[in-house]
Ligand binder design. Structure first.
Ligand code: 5GP
Length: 191
C-alpha cells in the first residue's frame, strides 16, 4: 500500500486554488481532507468549500484534545488539518492532497512517513507578474499591496523545502495543470 499525501504550498495568488480545483474535478477518488479555520467565510465559499469554519474557542479546544495533525496561525487566523482525515487513509494506500502554509507543512512532515509526503510548491514567477494579477482581480490599496509583497517574499523562501516545484508564471496555467495531473496520476498508479 503506497499512499501519497500531496501538500501544495505557494504564495498567495500563485494559482494554488485553481490547480486544486482542476485536480479535484479530474480525479474524483483523490481525497481532500478538510481544513478547519477560524477566518470568516468569503462570499465565494458558501458551497463546496474545503474549509470547515469554526470559532476560536472551538479550534483551541480541538488543539488541546490533540485532534490536529498540524495547525498554524496565518494572518491572524488559525488553520488546521485533522489527524483522522489523513493518517488512516494514507496508511490504507489512498492518494490525498491539500494546501497548507509552511508551518503546517513542517509539522506534517515531522509526523508522517517521509516517502509518503510530497510537498509541491507553486512558483508564481516574479513579484511584478503577481502584482499585475492581484490588481486585475479587485481594487486594492497601496498599503495592502505592500503587505502582499512582503508576504510573497517570505513565501518564496520556502521553495527550497519542496519536493517538487511547478512553474505557474503568467500564461503557464495549462502546462501547470497538466504537470500537476501527471503527478497525481502516477501516485494513483503506484497506490
Ligand atoms: P486562505 O485564508 O487564503 O484560504 O488561506 C491562507 C493560507 O492558509 C494559505 O497559505 C493556505 O494554503 C493555508 N491553509 C489552508 N488550509 C490550511 C490548513 O489546514 N493548515 C495550514 N497549516 N494552512 C492552511
Amino acid at each position: 500500500m503506497n499512499g501519497t499525501f500531496f501538500i501544495v504550498m505557494g504564495p498567495t495568488g500563485s494559482g494554488k486554488s485553481t490547480l486544486m480545483k482542476h485536480v479535484i474535478a479530474q480525479f474524483p477518488d483523490v481525497l481532500v481532507p478538510p481544513s478547519f479555520t477560524t477566518r470568516d467565510r468569503r462570499p465565494s465559499e458558501i458551497e463546496n468549500s474545503h474549509y470547515t469554519f469554526v470559532d476560536k474557542n472551538t479550534f483551541t479546544a480541538m488543539v488541546e484534545k490533540g485532534e490536529f495533525l498540524e495547525w498554524a496561525e496565518f494572518s491572524g487566523n488559525f488553520y488546521g488539518t485533522l489527524k483522522e482525515t489523513v493518517i488512516v487513509p494514507l496508511a490504507e494506500g489512498k492518494v490525498l492532497f491539500t494546501e497548507m502554509e509552511v508551518q503546517g507543512v513542517r509539522q506534517a512532515r515531522a509526523l508522517l512517513p517521509a516517502e509518503q509526503v510530497k510537498v509541491v510548491f507553486i512558483d508564481a514567477g516574479p513579484w511584478e507578474e503577481l502584482e499585475a494579477r492581484i490588481r486585475a482581480r479587485a481594487p486594492i490599496t497601496d498599503e495592502e499591496i505592500a503587505k502582499r509583497k512582503q508576504r510573497y517574499e517570505d513565501e518564496m523562501t520556502y521553495k527550497d523545502e519542496a519536493d517538487i516545484v511547478i512553474s505557474n508564471h503568467s500564461g503557464e496555467i495549462e502546462t501547470a495543470k497538466e504537470t500537476f495531473a501527471n503527478l497525481i496520476r502516477d501516485a494513483i498508479h503506484a497506490s
